[in-house]
Write a protein that binds this ligand. Sequence first.
Ligand SMILES: *[C@@H]1O[C@H](CO)[C@@H](O)[C@H](O)[C@H]1NC(C)=O
Ligand SMILES: *[C@@H]1O[C@H](CO)[C@@H](O)[C@H](O)[C@H]1NC(C)=O
Ligand SMILES: *[C@@H]1O[C@H](CO)[C@@H](O)[C@H](O)[C@H]1NC(C)=O
Ligand SMILES: *[C@@H]1O[C@H](CO)[C@@H](O)[C@H](O)[C@H]1NC(C)=O
Length: 387
Amino acid sequence: MIVIRTALVVAAAAAAAASDPAADADDVAPLTLLPKTTLGKCLDGTPSGYYLSPSVTAAARTKWILNLEGGGECASKDRCLSQLNGPLGSSKYFSKTWRMNQFLISRDSKTNPATWDWNMVHLPYCTQDLWMGTRATPSNQSYGLSFAGHYVLDAVVTELLNLPNGLGQATEVILTGESAGGIGVTPNVDWLHDQLGSQAKVTGAPIAGLYFYADPYTGPGHTSSDLADFREAAWPSHAQLWQPFVDQSCLSAHDSVAWPCMLANYSTRFISSQLFFTQSKSDQVVLTAHDWVPGDLKPWADVEQYIQVWQRNMTSALNGLSNQAARRGFFGVDCFIHTTFSPQAPLLPFHGKNVSFAAAFDAWYTDNEFVYLQDYGGVFSNPTCPK
Ligand SMILES: *[C@@H]1O[C@H](CO)[C@@H](O)[C@H](O)[C@H]1NC(C)=O
Ligand SMILES: *[C@@H]1O[C@H](CO)[C@@H](O)[C@H](O)[C@H]1NC(C)=O
Ligand SMILES: *[C@@H]1O[C@H](CO)[C@@H](O)[C@H](O)[C@H]1NC(C)=O
Ligand SMILES: *[C@@H]1O[C@H](CO)[C@@H](O)[C@H](O)[C@H]1NC(C)=O
């Protein structure tokens, strides 16, 4: 009798703590820097690092989610050098702690039902190479900088594999990321699977990471790229600078030409891991920072016509996922956003309810449902877009 009562009290206390993340510090993780000798370096050569928040239930002890942070990319000397005095280029500026309260690394069980209790690892982005670089030795050709994003992931995975009860015991692993981190998921996800051994189920979940080559807006009012030039002709020099690690089966299929394998629209059909994309169909950053669309969207008639074409391309990119051999899912919204996906908005209808990207991901991941959700109403037509 007493034993049962105690068990109930403990269970109730655990449930209370889980439903109120503020009641404890479960969602705040400390920074661990990689050793000084690591190949996993930031642009400026300082060792990168990670934030680890251990699982909060026994059921999730062997489940891991790794989040690749975003933050653009650099291909020109000026832009790359301008990142050295901040966390996007140097671990000297990393914050000492990270709060797990966004995207799929959120400890809120109500809004992140799939992974709220998992081991969570946030990887800060300080390499400006879309998480693919393998240039650990700076040279004049690299402006004296390292581009070692893939090596950062490699070094963090190696540390996690060496932990007691670490990634080596994993049964399920999700590689997620947003923006540049979302781009970095696809080339790295099958590699990650290879590091883990066959007992682990490995999934990629890119957020704002479904890219194709840019074909910029050149009508009235057009701007120029703030971020790197994403036209097809520019990719060979990005590959030259970053020396990207990409999916090996994609690379073989392209006669060792790396750049088609750097963008998900051309590489997903070579990826054997299952993939779930969360994507805007009128992506604000892609349109204004890569595709020369003026930020004020004026003159609207010309700009809208361009966005309609871009959006048709994104629609077919999403639809193209659904007939691939490996399992796919997606959540594609017509909102003028990039990574602004939260539990509140935007939402898409699913089984008679309006669901967030995280709820849609849960249905796809946990309940094994078909989830191919997208708006078809035209430019900015989703009624729940965040303001
Ligand atoms: C790199 O550039 C510096 C300055 O322009 C030059 O002095 C040096 O010789 C170059 N090093 C190599 C290996 O090309
Ligand atoms: C996306 O990939 C598909 C399949 O390879 C291709 O047919 C399509 O043209 C690509 N879209 C763009 C905009 O490049
Ligand atoms: C749309 O896709 C077509 C076919 O791949 C491509 O030729 C065109 O440049 C793309 N336009 C935009 C705006 O992405
Ligand atoms: C879903 O959202 C739309 C747009 O805001 C609204 O019209 C509709 O009533 C909502 N449906 C449900 C089931 O809440």
